[in-house]
Every structure is written in structure tokens, then in C-alpha cells.
Design a protein around this ligand. Sequence first.
Ligand code: SF4
Length: 290
Amino acid sequence: MDYQGKIYRPPSEARAFILQATLGCSWNACTYCDMYRDKTFRVRDLHETLDDVREAGRAFGDQVNKVFVADGDALIMDADTWQAILAACRESFPHLRRVSAYATARNLLEKTPEELQRLRDLGLTLLYIGPESGDDVTLKRIAKGASFDDHVKAADKARAANIVLSVIFLLGVGGVKRSREHALASACLATAMDPRFLSLLTLTVIPGTPIATLAERDRFQLPSVEGLLAELRSFVAGVTPTDAIFRTNHASNYLPLAGRLPRDRDRILETLDQALAGNVPMNPEWMRGL
Ligand code: SF4
């Protein structure tokens, strides 16, 4: 298929067939995000999307076991559109194991429980959602468009439909001033959302974004590397999901960590303490990316 603009997908979807059923992000307002600023949001013509699925099915359908539906919050599509896409994926990819997409809390809250259940039954089994912070002050400042409580309700809805969640938080997004509150409230929110997958990224202030303008005016300050590690430590010490697969392996991070939480908490904290003491090498700046 002909992809339009840059395509973003989670690291765990590296081997998935990326189906661009929407262009951009329907919200497109988060102050730190520049992923879709150059795109005006729209749902692609359904016939074109279905043609892309069938064409991929003819070309390499046997090799596809995962489909990631792009772009930034593809769950915004109405349930009937999703149903048609999921049915076409099932027909075209005989070894399909899962379909996933990025979602916002709003996307989930706008769907009825019955719609979510229907999409789950048709194969939409995993959603990636990035509250970024559990701190309501920070969530307002970054224009996330949803609060702590909204994210908890959204996660509850997904869980009720048996849709697995991969939840993402963003180190540094509270700035120096809200660093501690951001870390502690994020741990609370991650606990309340209780996802199967939990990851943290590190904020990169990208020129041209509203948060970069604030930084230029000295109204936002990214914590130091030590400050970011301290946030990560507070988060890991405070979060208590039932059993989450935890990763900080995104290229934006200084310290890649992996394990299960809460099971591996002590080991992860020990690594973090060693890193804070300067005994563990961290990713140098040149190795970091978005
Ligand atoms: S919801 Fe996601 S893709 Fe959309 S603006 Fe916010 S961070 Fe960017």
C-alpha cells in the first residue's frame, strides 16, 4: 500500500502489517507531540482501505500474523468501519493472531461496551494507549484531553471487553516543577489501569511543538538525566499492577529495563540505584531517538 506521510508504530509491532486506515490523529493537540502535525485528520475511504487489505492478502497474506491499524488514534473510527476492516483482515490473513491500534481515552469512552465487545470478538485484541502522566495538572498542561479518572474509566471499559492494554507513560513530561507529582501519580494511574503491558518513554522536546516554545521561554524545563532516572525509580517503586510486562526499551530512554511488575520490582530498583550511582552505562545521547 502507499503510505501517506511518516508512519509510527509501537516497537512491538515491528513485524506487523501496517494498515493505514486513518491519516493523522483526531486530537492532534498534545503539546509535546509532532507526529501528525503535518497531517489533517481523516478516515480513509473504506473501499480503498479494504482494497489495501485484499492486495496485501494476495501478495503476502500467508506471512501476516499481526496487523497494526494506523495512524495516531485509529480507534476513533466508527464500529461499522472497524467491523468491515477486521472482517477483511480475517479473510485475507489466514494466520492472523491479533489486530492492534493506538487509542486515546476519549476513543474508548466514546465506544459503547457492546461495540468494544463486537470489535474484540472480530479480532481487535490489543490497544496502545498513552496517558503519559497520571498527574492531572500535567495532563492539563500537555493538553492530553483526558484526566486521571477518564483513563481509569477507559481502561475499565477495555478490560470489560477483554481487550488487552499496553499503557505508556512519558518521563520528563511534568518538567522539573511537577517531576515528583508526575512520577507518583503516574504510578497510581498505571496501578489503577492495571495493563498487561506497561512501558515508559522519555520526553524529547521537539522544535516547533508548543512545549518547545514553553521551554524557549523558560516556562518548561526538562529534568536532568538524573532527575529522569529518579522519576523512573519513583514510578517503579510505586506501581502495583496485577502482573504487567514492563519495558523501557524505547529508543528515547537512557536506561533499557525489562521485567515483570510487581514481581521483578526489587531487581529493577537495584539496577536503577546502580545507574543513579553511576555504575551502569546508559545510552549516550547520540543513540537516543524518538
Ligand atoms: S493523542 Fe497521541 S498522536 Fe494524538 S496528539 Fe496526542 S500524543 Fe500525538
